[in-house]
Design a protein around this ligand. Structure first.
Ligand code: MLT
Length: 261
């Protein structure tokens, strides 16, 4: 399914395609779309059942989401792109570079990890899917926000907290439930990291407790050409909590990959 997407920047500039986390939308990438559009072609899109993309039939697998990404690259005429993903977006990006290496020439992995859910994690996903279908997104946001942000940023809510809540509440409950199933059945890609052949930037918020800095360090240790950027004052949604530092890290990485003469 072709996802809803936005594109900014010069059409002939090297492309960066950004995949949002769960259960957000492409709006998550607004600071990076605004901050990079002077020099880079930046594409952000809504995953199935999120933002303005249709939900589609279930069950949903990460493979379907990689299919959607490939369809988007084809639609945009991009033989290859630099691909970035945060959290669930990173799970998709990691599988995409594993399955479709010719379509990706650079990778950004933010607040994510290569391992799969353990049994307890899968049970939690199934329970969360039931809750989201029964109670809706607002109640789901109440439960999720404390895992995404340190306590002191929730009350009063920072602008990042408010933006994340708005994105969660705009997601369809069925879209979120299907995405939970896709995450629960994702592959363990830790053994595949050594085969990633593209320059990779790993970014993590210092205060991320869902995918903590140790997970980012494991990615950097496993991927042959990877560099780590740790962001102070940011939790799991690091691109919104430290938007300028996140964008600067992306810009430096893109400039390294595509040096201007
Ligand atoms: C995300 O931000 O995409 C999710 O927290 C990832 C997850 O639940 O594993």
């Amino acid at each position: 399914m072709l996802p809803h997407h936005v594109t900014v920047g010069p059409p002939d500039a090297p492309a960066l395609v950004l995949i949002h986390g769960f259960p957000f939308s492409l709006e998550q990438w607004r600071p990076q779309l605004d901050g990079l559009e002077d020099a880079w072609r930046v594409v952000a899109y809504d995953l199935r059942g999120h933002g303005r993309s249709a939900t589609g039939p279930g069950p949903l697998f990460i493979e379907d989401l990689v299919d959607d990404l490939v369809e988007l690259l084809d639609h945009l005429g991009l033989e290859s792109a630099c691909l970035g993903g945060l959290s669930m977006g990173g799970y998709i990006a990691l599988r995409a570079v594993d399955r479709e290496p010719s379509r990706i020439h650079g990778l950004v992995l933010a607040d994510t990890k290569a391992g799969a859910d353990d049994n307890a994690g899968r049970v939690k996903r199934a329970q969360a899917a039931k809750t989201v279908r029964a109670k809706g997104m607002s109640a789901f946001a109440d439960g999720l926000l404390p895992a995404l942000f340190p306590k002191e940023r929730l009350d009063p809510p920072t602008s990042a907290v408010r933006e994340v809540r708005a994105m969660i509440e705009a997601t369809s409950p069925e879209g979120a439930a299907l995405a939970l199933g896709a995450m629960a059945s994702r592959l363990d890609l830790r053994e595949r990291l050594a085969d990633i052949r593209v320059p990779t930037l790993v970014v993590v918020g210092e205060d991320d407790t869902l995918t903590p800095p140790a997970e980012a360090e494991a990615l950097v240790a496993g991927i042959p050409d990877a560099t780590l950027v740790r962001l102070d004052g940011a939790g799991h949604v690091s691109n919104l909590e430290a938007p300028d530092a996140f964008t600067a890290a992306l810009r430096a990485f893109l400039e390294r990959m595509h040096p201007r003469t």
